[in-house]
Design a protein around this ligand. Sequence first.
Ligand SMILES: [Zn+2]
Length: 94
Amino acid sequence: MKKRKIILVDWAIGTEVKMINCCEAEDHGDKVWITRSEPWEAYGAQLVLLKGKSGGFDTSYLEVVSRRQCPRCKNSEIELDHKFCKICGLPLIK
Ligand SMILES: [Zn+2]
């Protein structure tokens, strides 16, 4: 049997990811998930645990969300639920 080629990722616990290219991605839209394990290989795929979700999720259906940055002061310590930049007060649009 031919082994499926997978792209291995090296995500630290707490990485913000988004679902892509799968039916679950459509269900969840742009929801950002936080990983709660390091990725591991299983059954020719690579799986990772997500907060709020049980069971491993195939990392090939996930992409890392790039950190948001304030366009004015370049503050990059912006959490996803922040509506304003905590440094300069600029309203942040998702
Ligand atoms: Zn700012």
